[in-house]
Design a protein around this ligand. Structure first.
Ligand SMILES: NC(=O)c1ccc[n+]([C@@H]2O[C@H](COP(=O)([O-])OP(=O)(O)OC[C@H]3O[C@@H](n4cnc5c(N)ncnc54)[C@H](OP(=O)(O)O)[C@@H]3O)[C@@H](O)[C@H]2O)c1
Length: 325
């Protein structure tokens, strides 16, 4: 898509500007909130979904007129693992489209100066060359189990690019790899692979189980980024990056699922056997993002995987009685 120039100037955001973090109670949003607060932002705005349902277009426009945010990070979305995505595809398509169209349209009406839209690495073709470069978007077929969610996110990227082209506003998009950390969804139905492993191995450790069996061979490789690194990357991009193409956010390194399971088992103190049911499917052999755009803009992650998993396990244990389901 052709791009026009925007009015972006690299540099610190105004710490007193009204800054709306949509989805501020979620995994990403709560980390963004903590990070922005620690970076001195004094005028953060957040609403829970029961206070403001972002599917309600009139309410979203009214909220933007009342609060007049100057910066928006869109971290509100209907998010889930493979089971939820493949069982409820129309919910993932429709709710995400509604949320993003409402928020981005309302932000446009207010001419919000800086918007960051968050998508996901599942927007890329199933058989994209690894590591996955940003320009592989729309070059092949999607993974069918989450294509509805991915199409909604691709529409969001296009909306950001279209606003840039039509109005010259410096809005941007970021596509994180698999995230994990405090505040994650650990529910059996809704969770992603890492929180699911933490829950499974913690329960096995508590029960003194002799073995835990995981699906597949354990050989697929996956990349994981701690959510606090994600939050710092978001602020970094808002302050240093401008461009129409979505930016990959990850570590640039991957591990096998077997390695991840072993790190999780160590972190929870599980001493039984780790077994693999090789009759079950493995999924894509590798999913690693090319993060050279982000690295080239001067950002790098700081949380190591072992440390990140250890502190996430601590958080899980402290919160196990009141986790979201
Ligand atoms: N988790 C990952 O591994 C991962 C990986 C790549 C990309 N991402 C992206 O990061 C973004 C945030 O994901 P997350 O993992 O932080 O998800 P999450 O923990 O499920 O949080 C999503 C938040 O969105 C809010 N929300 C959902 N529907 C809403 C509605 N109708 N109105 C208002 N708020 C609504 C929820 O608010 P309430 O709590 O108030 O209900 C929730 O706090 C998403 O765009 C996702 O695609 C996540």
């Amino acid at each position: 898509m052709t791009d026009t120039s925007t009015d972006f100037t690299a540099g610190p955001l105004d710490r007193d500007a009204p800054t709306y973090i949509a989805g501020h109670r979620g995994l990403v949003g709560s980390s963004l909130w903590r990070h922005f607060e620690s970076e001195g932002f004094s005028n953060l705005i957040g609403r829970t979904s029961s206070e403001l349902d972002l599917k309600n277009r009139d309410a979203v426009f009214e909220f933007f007129r009342d609060t007049e945010p100057q910066v928006v990070v869109l971290a509100a979305a209907k998010v889930g693992g493979i089971l939820a995505n493949s069982t409820y595809p129309v919910d993932f398509l429709s709710e995400n489209l509604q949320i993003q169209v409402n928020v981005l349209d309302a932000a446009l009406e207010q001419r919000v100066s800086r918007v960051l839209f968050l998508g996901s690495s599942c927007i890329y073709p199933k058989y994209a060359e690894q590591p996955i470069r940003e320009d592989s978007l729309l070059t092949g077929l999607l993974e069918p189990t989450n294509d509805a969610y991915a199409i909604a996110k691709i529409a969001g990227i296009l909306q950001i690019q279209s606003v840039r082209r039509q109005y010259g506003l410096p809005w941007i998009s970021a596509m994180p790899t698999n995230l994990y950390g405090p505040g994650d969804n650990f529910s059996p139905e809704g969770s992603h692979v890492l929180p699911a492993l933490i829950r499974r191995y913690d329960e096995a450790a508590t029960a003194g189980a002799e073995s835990v069996t995981n699906w597949g061979t354990g050989s697929p490789r996956r990349e994981f980024l701690h959510v606090d690194d994600m939050a710092s990357a978001c602020l970094h991009l808002l302050e240093h990056f401008d461009g129409p193409q979505q930016v990959n956010v990850g570590t640039g390194e991957d591990q096998t699922i077997e390695e991840i399971a072993t790190i999780v088992a160590d972190a929870v103190g599980y001493e039984g056997r780790i077994e693999w049911d090789t009759t079950k499917p493995d999924g894509t052999p590798r999913k690693l993002l090319d993060v050279s755009t982000l690295r080239g803009s001067g950002w790098e992650p700081t949380v190591g995987l072992r440390d990140g998993i250890r502190t996430t396990v601590q958080w899980y244990r402290q919160n196990v009685g009141h986790l979201r389901e």
